[in-house]
Design a protein around this ligand. Structure first.
Ligand code: MRU
Length: 372
């Protein structure tokens, strides 16, 4: 048995394509907006650039943008002009945190991690450390958050794998794989774990209009793992659930309320209704930190509306009549009664969600894994 601490290489082994990597103390992001056609990592070295990367979905997916928030807080420190812990520093950090949290409103992971990172920096200030030391510790901290995140995803994947029987046909929506989650995946992590356990599964991927995260990213990730995958139109899902005898649907989450109501990519709610009608299980897989303990139900989840150009254009070609009202909600909320279970690193949470979630929340407060 090894007593050595795990290195980044151990942790990232088999974690899939990483949305964010560290090299010689520099931070690189893979541009997900041009995947799978180009695998291009670029260096991110300013808060503004990082925020723009989040807004333009170069880095995307709830857990991955949580990691981006950690990086954003670190970059904010690097850009503080006086390079000293003076009176304005705390206020400056707070402003950076707010800017980051506003960059995408639905995924709670942004504010969860920016808050953690902010608290960490404040604690270092209290310890009396100087600016340089806080900068160094900040870089270590984001690496720790990064590693912990991958371990959590791996836990979720192997906890959730138990719901998948050999030969299952599974449908998924959007992208909840390594790219969206900072490594391993959540919903796709569960699927990957079943595949690594030789369960001979087949995955049906919805394209996920308008930005095609399913068509571009999930298919690509499944292909890399040699998992049997079939891509189809979002609007074909009802027909395919029936015709292909889909056994189970699994998706990720951007924010979950205490009652289990779950926000995820637009179209998830449609799938949950289809699952109910066809009497097949509908699972959500996500880190426990995606549960927003401050909200009691899904009505309180802010829904991001994105630019209508995403609907009007496809690769710069106009594909819609644009003189009507166009509306582009990027997420929807699936009510808890349509969700079979929520797969987290603390096990699968089944209804009644309120009590189960609050019980696990106590556990998470004591868990050292979230002590970052
Ligand atoms: O707009 P995106 O691409 O950031 O949306 C991503 C999703 O909806 C994912 O399904 C969600 O973040 C869960 S990722 C594990």
């Amino acid at each position: 048995m090894t007593t050595q601490p795990m290195t980044i290489n151990d942790i990232t082994a088999n974690a899939g394509i990483l949305p964010l990597i560290f090299k010689d103390n520099k931070i690189y992001i893979i541009d997900q907006s041009i995947l799978p056609y180009e695998e291009h990592y670029y260096e991110v070295n300013s808060l503004e650039q990082l925020i723009s990367s989040i807004k333009t979905l170069k880095i995307r997916g709830a857990p991955a943008i949580g990691l981006a928030a950690a990086v954003g807080m670190y970059l904010a420190i690097t850009e503080y002009t006086s390079q000293s812990i003076d009176n304005g520093f705390i206020e400056y950090l707070n402003k950076a945190k707010i800017k980051l949290n506003e960059s995408r409103p639905t995924a709670v992971n942004l504010s969860f991690i920016s808050e953690k990172m902010n608290n960490f920096i404040l604690a270092q200030i209290k310890m009396g450390y100087d600016f340089r030391k806080i900068l160094d510790l900040g870089l270590d901290k984001i690496k720790q958050i990064y590693n912990t995140n991958i371990l959590i995803n791996k836990k979720i994947s192997y906890v959730g794998e138990s719901i998948i029987k050999s030969g299952y046909k599974i449908m998924t929506h959007c992208n909840a794989g390594p790219l969206a989650t900072g490594g391993w995946g959540t919903a796709l992590g569960v699927i990957r774990a079943a595949h690594f356990n030789n369960k001979n599964i087949e995955v049906f991927v919805n394209e996920t209009r308008p930005l095609n995260q399913g068509a571009r990213l999930t298919t690509y990730e499944l292909f890399k793992d040699k998992i049997k995958a079939t891509l189809s139109l979002d609007s074909a899902s009802g027909y395919l659930i029936k015709q292909q005898k889909i056994n189970l649907i699994i998706i990720g989450a951007d924010r979950i309320a205490i009652n289990g109501d779950t926000a995820n990519k637009i179209g998830s709610y449609n799938l949950a209704i289809l699952a109910k009608y066809h009497n097949i299980p509908f699972y959500v897989a996500s880190p426990f930190s995606t549960i927003d303990i401050s909200i009691t139900n899904g009505h309180q989840i802010p829904i991001e509306y994105r630019h209508t150009d995403e609907i009007i254009y496809c690769h710069k070609s106009k594909i819609a009549f644009d003189r009507v009202t166009i509306i582009n909600p990027s997420f929807d909320v699936t009510p808890n009664e349509l969700i079979t279970g929520i797969i987290t690193e603390y096990g699968i949470i089944y209804p009644p969600y309120n009590s189960q979630i609050l019980q696990k929340y106590q556990l998470s407060l004591e868990d050292k894994i979230y002590a970052y």
